[in-house]
Ligand binder design. Structure first.
Ligand SMILES: Cc1cc2nc3c(=O)[nH]c(=O)nc-3n(C[C@H](O)[C@H](O)[C@H](O)COP(=O)(O)OP(=O)(O)OC[C@H]3O[C@@H](n4cnc5c(N)ncnc54)[C@H](O)[C@@H]3O)c2cc1C
Length: 165
């Protein structure tokens, strides 16, 4: 477990838990997108997003960007406590019979709080983290680009990583 929850639920398959900052970060960096799960009244809204990632002060921080309107943006304001999930995709592990067929994966599940970034400096930093994550950070970001999008961060409270390889 990494991130700060008081009493994390034990992993039933503890032998599959990935621990250690470097190992967990390596899995995160192999994931293509991050799914955020918002509470929306008596519904749940799960939205996949591209992300930037950084360790700040020993904590996991994710950055996201999007339009300046829409359901996700409303929920960031109304319901900022989220669950999240990332994975590297699955690869079938064939078995001798249907019951022993399995799926290989690496994944991360956690909880945290999202917050919209308001200042141009914070937004620029968030966008740069996202661009860096996808190897697109060479060119400087024009000022207008910052105004057109919303940028927000996820401060992680609990994060667990698990793999079946
Ligand atoms: C791999 C991946 C990466 C993405 N990266 C980004 C990103 O970095 N930034 C970004 O803003 N968006 C990204 N998207 C798109 C994102 O998933 C949302 O579609 C988008 O952010 C709009 O969200 P919203 O809540 O504002 O949509 P709204 O248009 O307000 O949503 C209205 C309704 O449309 C439906 N809906 C919305 N999005 C989707 C969807 N993806 N699939 C099916 N139904 C949907 C839902 O029912 C939702 O209630 C990505 C999608 C994928 C699959």
């Amino acid at each position: 477990m990494t991130g700060g929850a008081e009493r994390p639920e034990p992993l039933r398959r503890g032998d599959r838990e990935i621990v250690g900052d470097a190992a967990v970060e390596a899995v995160i960096r192999r994931c293509a997108c991050c799914r955020l799960g918002f509470r929306d009244g008596d519904q749940v809204y799960i939205v996949p997003l591209s992300f930037g990632y950084q360790r700040e002060g020993g904590r996991h921080t994710f950055y996201f960007h999007g339009a300046r309107q829409g359901r996700k943006l409303r929920l960031i304001r109304e319901s900022p406590r989220v669950g999240f999930e990332l994975d590297t995709g699955g690869a079938l592990i064939p078995g001798r019979d249907p019951c022993s067929v399995s799926m290989g994966y690496e994944s991360v599940i956690g909880t945290g709080v999202v917050r919209l970034l308001e200042s141009p400096e914070e937004k620029r930093r968030g966008l740069e983290e996202i661009l860096r994550r996808y190897g697109q950070a060479e060119a400087p970001l024009p000022e207008e680009a910052l105004e057109k999008v919303s940028v927000f961060r996820l401060d992680v409270e609990e994060l667990r990583c698990k793999a079946r390889r």
